[in-house]
Design a protein around this ligand. Structure first.
Ligand SMILES: [Zn+2]
Length: 371
């Protein structure tokens, strides 16, 4: 719908509620379909974003005096300039390094004694691997105390989080957002019991039944459904009941930190879910099982499916990268673990380290063979 609106009325679409001369910046979201959608911000929108994102970084422990190494792509990506502005709004020191120069990022962390690293979960793991294996450095000795991750699922996956924390000798917290709405709408606090919804003055949040669209009332300690948002303070490109396709579990009770708002845990995107003989399988859950085999496996994996899904014929085909210490019968043990935890039959193919593509943006978990 958004892309159609932008095709008819380029560049920002018929939902651009502000004239182009008031738009100070345009971002793009890659989306899942491949056609980018453009996101226009007026000066007011940009300042609201940085204020709202700054709150989320504060909740994650960013303070004046922190040195923030930014390992997020700068360019068009909503995790670039808006994050930079938010870090400056907190009063921390920003190192706007971006991606694409991983060795320089590590060198800058060393030289400036940066204590915060912000990146995607997969890039955090990649950087630690690079420091250790190509630069001869122990990432845990670099002085990073907090790794703040987002932009892809994984930060909330226990085994991936454990791997990041162990590699960097740091505490890992996660934040979540949606490009078309705001870079970050929810972030973890010190208690790490779900991501606090941080922007009730900017977005109205609803949880709906993904099948029927009916609103699920927050009348229980935990509810599950799809996240839907409406902008209430946006000048350009406001969204009305935007279906995020993100499946979440929402905790409605108070948190140990004292904040009282709802807390979210993303369990996957509706588009990614696979169904094997009636069993729902989230690719991120498969990655969680695989990550539990570190260091026998690197943690990188790719599910291969025929067709567009979500229905897939068993066995689930998973390529897994063997790590430095791969023991006997690793593939079979991973298959057994997937069966035990996710109740689906899997066939694991081991491939050598470095074969699966590494990304600096969102890790790809599923490869679809569409004929
Ligand atoms: Zn809290």
């Amino acid at each position: 719908e958004l892309r159609e609106s932008q095709r008819r009325n380029p560049p920002l679409g018929s939902h651009a509620a502000a004239p182009m001369e008031d738009v100070v910046r345009v971002h793009a979201s890659s989306g899942t379909t491949g056609t980018p959608s453009f996101i226009g911000l007026t000066a007011y929108d940009a300042s609201r974003w940085s204020e709202c994102i700054a709150r989320s970084y504060w909740a994650q422990g960013l303070r004046p005096g922190s040195v923030f190494a930014m390992g997020l792509s700068i360019g068009f990506f909503v995790g670039g300039l808006p994050v930079a502005a938010a870090v400056e709004a907190v009063g921390a020191t920003l190192l706007p390094i971006g991606t694409g120069a991983s060795d320089r990022l590590i060198a800058a962390i060393r030289a400036t004694k940066a204590d915060v690293l912000a990146t995607t979960p997969s890039y955090a793991i990649y950087l630690a691997e690079l420091a250790r294996e190509e630069m001869g450095l122990d990432p845990a000795a670099l002085g990073i105390r907090r790794v703040m991750v987002g932009a892809e699922p994984g930060g909330g996956v226990p085994a991936i989080r454990a791997q990041i924390e162990e590699s960097w000798g740091a505490r890992c917290t996660e934040a979540i957002g949606i490009a078309d709405l705001i870079t970050i709408h929810s972030a973890e606090c010190e208690a790490r019991d779900g991501c606090h919804f941080m922007v009730p003055d900017y977005l109205i949040m609803e949880i709906v039944d993904p099948e029927t669209g009916a609103v699920i009332p927050p009348d229980r300690p935990e509810i599950e459904g799809e996240l839907v948002f409406t902008h209430i303070d946006r000048e350009c490109n406001p969204m009305l009941r935007f279906r995020t396709r993100d499946r979440v579990i929402v905790k409605t009770g108070p948190c140990a930190c004292g904040r009282t708002g709802p807390r979210l845990r993303c369990i996957g995107r509706a588009d990614d879910m696979l169904i094997l003989r009636g069993v729902n399988v989230w690719p991120s859950a498969v990655r969680d099982v695989v990550a539990g085999f570190h260091p026998e496996a690197t943690g990188e994996m790719l599910i291969r499916v025929d067709g567009e899904g979500p229905k897939v014929d068993p066995p689930l085909r998973v390529r897994v990268e063997a790590g430095s210490a791969a023991g006997e019968g690793l593939a079979v043990r991973i298959e057994q673990a997937i069966r035990a935890r996710l109740i689906v039959q899997a066939r694991v193919e081991l491939v050598p380290r470095g074969v699966l593509p590494r990304t600096e943006m969102k890790a790809k978990l599923v490869e679809r063979n569409i004929s």
